[in-house]
Structures are given as C-alpha cells and as structure tokens.
Ligand binder design. Structure first.
Ligand SMILES: *[C@@H]1O[C@H](CO)[C@@H](O)[C@H](O)[C@H]1NC(C)=O
Ligand SMILES: *[C@@H]1O[C@H](CO)[C@@H](O)[C@H](O)[C@H]1NC(C)=O
Ligand SMILES: *[C@@H]1O[C@H](CO)[C@@H](O)[C@H](O)[C@H]1NC(C)=O
Ligand SMILES: *[C@@H]1O[C@H](CO)[C@@H](O)[C@H](O)[C@H]1NC(C)=O
Length: 345
C-alpha cells in the first residue's frame, strides 16, 4: 500500500489543463507544509515523491511555507510553479543585513531557478500577529531580498509578504466600507502596497470564510459555503453590489481597502483558504464538518472556474492556494487538515 497515495488528495481536476473549457485565468494550487515525524526529526515523505504526486495529479502550483532546497530541486523541469516563503524568524536578519539576504537567495533561489519555476517569494507569513512583532522589519527585508535577486540578474521573481485577513481587516464589514485596521494600515500596509506596485508584485492573503460566519450574525451559513440557491445573497447597499458568497466579499473588502490607499489594481493572490475539518463546535459529528469541507471546496473551485471573478474584480484572482495537500492526520496531528475528501468536479 502506497501510504502517500492514500493520504494525498485526488485533486486530479484541480488543473485547468484537465479542464480545457475553463474560462478562468486563476491558477488553483495547494499549500504544502513539510510534514515531519512526531519526533520532528525525519521527513515523512521525500521531496521527490511529493513532486511526483503533484505532477501526476496535474496540480499546477504549490505554496511552501519554507524553501527547502531539496524540495526546490525535486520540482525542477516540471510545469509546477512554486510559491516559496522566508520563515518569520529570518525576517529581522534579512532586514538588517543585505549580505544575509544575498546569502539566502544564493542558497534557496539561485541554484534552482529557472529550472524550478519559482513564481513568487513571500517574506514571512502573517508576521503582524507574531510576538515579538517583527513588522517593522518586513519592508526592509523585502527590499533586501528583491535587491539581492536583481543583483544576481533574476528579474522575474516578485517579492511580497503574506498577511492574514482578520489581522488586517475588521471582522464585520460591507466590502465598500472596508478599510485596513489602524495603525497597521498606515505603518505597515501602505508602504508594502507601494513596494508591491513599484516592483510589479502581488498582495498575498490568507483568507478563511469560515471566520466570517463565526464572527458575524448577518452572514448565513449557506453564504460562507457557496450555497447556490437564488435567495442566498448579501447586498452591499451603498455600493449597489450583490454578493453570492463570503469569499468574494472578503476579496472585495481587500480590494476596497487597497483602493483607499491608491492601489486598487494590485494583483491579489489568496495564499491559503479552506475549511476547518474538525473543532467546529456547533457541529458535534466530525463527519458533518468533513461534508462541509467538501462542499466548501467544491463550491470554491466551481466559482473560481466560472471565470466570473468578484463584483469588484471581474478578471478574478491571480492564484488561489487551497489548504492543504497532505491531511494533518498523516502528519500525526489533528485539527486542521481539510482535504480528506476526494473532490472531483
Ligand atoms: C510543460 O508544458 C509544456 C507546454 O505545455 C510542455 O510542452 C512540456 O512537455 C511540459 N513539461 C512537462 C515536464 O510536463
Ligand atoms: C511559471 O509559473 C507561472 C505561474 O504559474 C506561469 O505563469 C509561468 O508561465 C511559468 N513559467 C514557466 C517558464 O513555466
Ligand atoms: C552581515 O552578514 C555577513 C555574513 O554573515 C557578516 O559577515 C557581516 O558581518 C554582517 N554585517 C553586519 C553589519 O552585521
Ligand atoms: C508585471 O507582471 C505581469 C504579470 O506577472 C506582466 O505581464 C507584466 O509585463 C509586468 N509588467 C512590468 C512593467 O514588468
């Protein structure tokens, strides 16, 4: 029995290649956080086997929470693009010392690119909620990584950072009224948006619609889970826009907030989205959450593939990464694995 084949999702249809009629330009990928054994010492799956599976499942893009050189090597000469990340603890170091940033690029990017298609580098993941707060180091670290890439003649890999929706935007909103939380908005986000615009990069966001449902009385469950019934909508009255799902409301809240800072056209990538597969207290049966997890995913994929975009961004998102390639139970943990089910559209 091939345990990896057992644990990996059969997301065969995740690819536009397998779906030539698709209108959408949104790349649909998966997140992958390198699983280790319970002791933390060994890798559960070799990078080569992961790469082989991703290729055979025709998944076009993978987001890594790190940038393990062995993993980067394993994806050489595939058509899979990699979203790689600089871990948060390195952010202050790369900010303070350009030669460390150059050393990082020399170890994690230069040896593998372009044979491995690195599509973007995220400097940190959700750093604004880290303690101690390293957000003052974020922009200098991004500048240093960007500068180091250019020094090495690498011009096509954009640099950005990944933020978490609920750490930068208010919980209850109409998209047209959304603004970045202050003082983070002015102190951290505005300069980052300027950097992204100047370097032709994208805004990266972790976005979980379940949190909207949890924190708002006005959002019905069906709206969060892509219920297609005609009566399932929320109107943004001031903007005269109708929202048929919460995912689009969240995306447009971000677009409105960027627009308020003069950056309405920055490309947007959802670096992580999904559904909790357990620990949702409202439902006692774990199976129910698995069913919801599958409904969410099915609805999300159908919506992205419809090519209709969001009310404020008709062309849609540049990419969306679905959490997560290997379910958490396969890693000896519980509680956040999402894709237990086979979703084949
Ligand atoms: C990558 O895609 C190109 C163009 O679609 C194709 O010609 C090539 O065979 C693919 N390579 C692999 C390794 O799948
Ligand atoms: C690399 O990946 C990006 C994003 O998926 C894609 O647009 C681009 O064509 C790829 N480049 C190559 C050389 O395959
Ligand atoms: C920057 O890092 C390099 C390489 O590790 C080291 O040689 C140098 O002393 C550091 N510079 C500063 C100012 O810390
Ligand atoms: C910005 O990036 C997009 C897509 O990655 C590309 O098509 C465009 O040519 C780039 N523009 C500049 C000015 O580099």
């Amino acid at each position: 029995m091939d345990s990896l084949a057992f644990y990996l999702l059969l997301l065969v249809s995740l690819t536009a290649v397998a779906n030539p009629t698709v209108a959408s330009a949104t790349t649909i990928g998966v997140t992958y956080s390198t699983p280790r054994s319970i002791s933390g010492s060994e890798l559960l799956f070799s990078p080569e086997r992961i790469a082989e599976k991703v290729v055979s499942m025709k998944i076009p893009a993978v987001r890594l929470l790190d940038s393990d050189p062995a993993m980067l090597r394993a994806f050489a000469d595939t058509n899979v693009s990699l979203f790689i990340s600089v871990p948060n603890p390195l952010v202050p170091l790369l900010a303070s010392n350009r030669s460390l940033a150059t050393a990082w690029v020399n170890r994690h990017v230069a040896p593998f690119y372009p044979r491995t298609n690195i599509s973007i580098i995220s400097v940190g993941n959700d750093v604004t909620s880290d303690s101690p707060d390293v957000s003052p180091f974020l922009l200098p670290a991004m500048e240093n990584v960007h500068g180091s890439l250019r020094d090495l003649g690498i011009h096509k890999i954009p640099v950005s950072t990944t933020l978490y929706f609920f750490n930068i935007l208010p919980a209850i909103f109409f998209p047209s009224a959304a603004r970045f939380q202050q003082p983070k908005g002015e102190d951290t986000i505005r300069p980052i948006l300027q950097f992204l615009e100047r370097t032709n990069s994208s805004f990266l966001l972790n976005l979980h619609p379940y949190n909207v449902y949890e924190s708002s009385f006005i959002v019905p469950f069906g709206h969060v889970i892509f219920d297609e019934s005609p009566l399932c909508f929320i109107d943004d009255y001031p903007a005269r826009l109708r929202y048929r799902n919460s995912f689009d409301m969240m995306v447009d809240a971000v677009i409105t907030s960027m627009a308020a800072m003069g950056h309405k056209d920055l490309p947007l990538i959802v670096a992580e989205t999904g559904w909790p597969s357990s620990g949702v207290e409202t439902f006692s049966e774990e199976d129910l959450t698995l069913v919801y997890s599958e409904m969410f995913l099915r609805g999300l994929l159908a919506h992205l593939r419809s090519g209709s975009g969001t009310p404020l961004r008709k062309e849609g998102l540049l990419a969306v990464y679905v959490f997560e390639l290997v379910e958490e139970e396969a890693k000896g943990m519980r509680n956040s694995g999402l894709l237990h089910h086979k979703v084949q559209l």
